[in-house]
Structures are given as structure tokens and as C-alpha cells.
Design a protein around this ligand. Sequence first.
Ligand code: ATP
Ligand code: MG
Length: 376
Amino acid sequence: MAQIELTNVIKKFDDLTVVNNVSLTVKSGEFLALVGPSGCGKSTLLRMISGLETIDGGSIVIDGVEVNKTPPKDRDIAMVFQNYALYPHMSVYDNLSFGLRMKGMKKDLIDEKVRKTADLLDINELLDRKPGQLSGGQKQRIAVGRAIVRDPKAFLFDEPLSNLDAKLRVKMRTDLLRLHKKQNATSVYVTHDQIEAMTMADRIAIINFGVLQQLDTPIMVYSHPKNLFVASFIGSPSMNFLNGSIGMKGSVPRFTSTSGGISCDLPAHMTGGIPSSSLSDLILGIRPEDILLNPSEDNLIQLSTVPIELIEHMGDISLIHLSPEPGVEWIVKAPPSPDMHDGQMVTLHLRTGKLHLFDGKTEENLYVNRSEKPQS
Ligand SMILES: Nc1ncnc2c1ncn2[C@@H]1O[C@H](COP(=O)(O)OP(=O)(O)OP(=O)(O)O)[C@@H](O)[C@H]1O
Ligand SMILES: [Mg+2]
């Protein structure tokens, strides 16, 4: 399987730069998820790798060969789209074999490859059907099969599961992941579904406005987001934020919210090395699961006592909506409790080791950038 290297890749549509100087390497056999808001350039990036779109700057190297000007048919890359793009008048067998027939491959060899792919995807009983006689999940499987049968250097997936209902999506997600583990094919997978990205990918690339924000393992992007955008984009519900500043009280850093309504001491090591210019304007971040309402462990910072505004019961957990101070909305993930109710007063406790500090102007994660260097 091939490695895909993007170096300073640029794409412009008229005056609009939709992919802005993106450099990243998809390692051989790696499953890389590409996420970001709608319109941030994910599909454009895939189309440039496949050759369906030209590039306006930089270079794309596949398997050691620069392909900037290579037409799609000579790149040996298979793309699986959201809308399946099956030929409706052809049987599943013919849909699978079409590309190989076009290449002039021998009938016996085609048959062997189609049967092998059908085994792999468990679609043997569907080979004689037409796409119109298939469910959404089955069509998706055929679309994946059509890519696999070609034995390409790499797979590009553009939201392949987003047309499926929630239950089928979860099943197909697991199926695709199993398939990847068997095949170890270099794959770039665009998705809007964070759970898909987190569960399937070896690494996740987060893009915003055509700019690569962070490229790292699912655990690292979740626990060490490089900036405010990644922190708020990855994770559901999103990370909670509070604007403020840090002043020193002797050797103890003290965070005070912009309104002055909240003050709390932070561990001394958190501010070590942060330039004083950043201390005056920063954003405190904490994930919903790192706020406790009942202190049951050590190393917590006690914050305000506020009323519960709304509870969403999810079954395994409850999402508690509240405001640590007026105008600031937070969500806390808490174990479900039948005793909890709207209006109940609760005291917020933050896990000290899970606090993030972002620069108010650059929006960089000050803490991460000093202590650990995620890959980019
Ligand atoms: N052929 C085109 N001509 C002009 N603008 C285009 C063209 N194709 C895409 N764009 C613009 O480029 C930007 C990136 O589009 P792209 O399809 O890559 O986004 P995306 O991240 O895949 O979004 P989504 O999540 O909605 O699929 C958008 O602003 C889009 O309008
Ligand atoms: Mg898209």
C-alpha cells in the first residue's frame, strides 16, 4: 500500500483559497480521518488526491511519485462517495467487474477478483441483483466492493455512511473497520461523524477554512487540542470555556473570570513559562466529564454554586446544563440520578489535571504547546 504526501497544497476557486498550504502525510496502511466544518475543503482535498481536481500550488506524492499532473485513471486510487454512484442498469456483479473489464483484464481473473471481494464483504447472494433491489447499506457495501476489487494503492472515502440510518451506520462503521484491519489499506476518510472519526482512525486531521489545524491520534486531539477551534470542534458536547485572566497571588496563580464573578487558584505549574502578555487575556477550558458536582476525588478546584437549568437524560449519563456565571453556558456530564432536578443548586468542581488554558488572542492552547508537542 502507498504513502500519500501532501506538501504545501493550495486550491483556489477564483479569489477564494479553499485549501490553504496543507502539508500532511498519510502513512502506508494508515486510516486517516479528515474532519472539519461544512465547506472547509475536505472534499476538495480528496478530489485533489484522486486527480479529479487540479492543484494550484504545492505537490502531491503517491508511492514516491509526484502526481501533480497525473490524470485520475493513472493514479490508481479508488474513491467511495456518499451517493454510491452505482450503475443502475447493471447487476451487482457487473458493477463490481466494470472497471476491470474496461482495463481489458481476462474474464477468469475478473471472476476470481469479484468472488474474492464478494466473500470479503459478504455480498455473494447479491451478485445477480440490480442496485434498485438493494437496501442503502447493501448499496454502500457494493460501492466499497467496487473500490476494493480494483486493488488500488489507496482508498478515499467521502462521507460514505452519511446516507444510512443511525443503526446501519454503526454496523457499517464496524464492518469497514474490520475490513481495514484485514486489508491494511491506506485510507483517507472524510466524515462529519465524530464518533466515526474517533473510533475508526489511526490519526485525525482537523481542517478549518482550508487550513490544517492539528493532525494526531484520536486520543491526542481529544486530550491535547492544539487550539480553541480543535478543542471546541472535537468532543460532544463541546468543551466548556470561560474567559478571564490570571494574576499571581504570591506564588499561586489565580484565575479571575472577565466579569469578576469567578475566582479560583490554579496549580502553580500551570502558568510556568506562559508569557505575562497571555496571562491578561486567556480562556479556561474544561470538558463536560471533567466537572464533578459531587466531589468524590482529590485534586479538584471548587468553582461557583449554581442552579441546574436543564437536564438531558441520555440513559447512561445525564447532560446537565447550567451557567457558572451569567451569560456563560456550560454542560456537565454526570452519572444519571433520579434525585437531580431543574433548579437544584450544585457546586462545580473542576479536575485540576484536565484544565486547558488558551491564549485569548491567538487561541493557541498555551498549556499543551509548552508541555507536549502534538504532531502537525
Ligand atoms: N467547483 C467549485 N467552484 C467554486 N467553488 C467550489 C467548487 N467546489 C467547491 N467549492 C467551494 O470550496 C469550498 C470547499 O468545498 P468542499 O466541497 O471541499 O467542502 P467540504 O469540506 O467537503 O464541505 P461539506 O462538509 O459540506 O461536504 C466551499 O466553499 C465550496 O463552496
Ligand atoms: Mg464534502
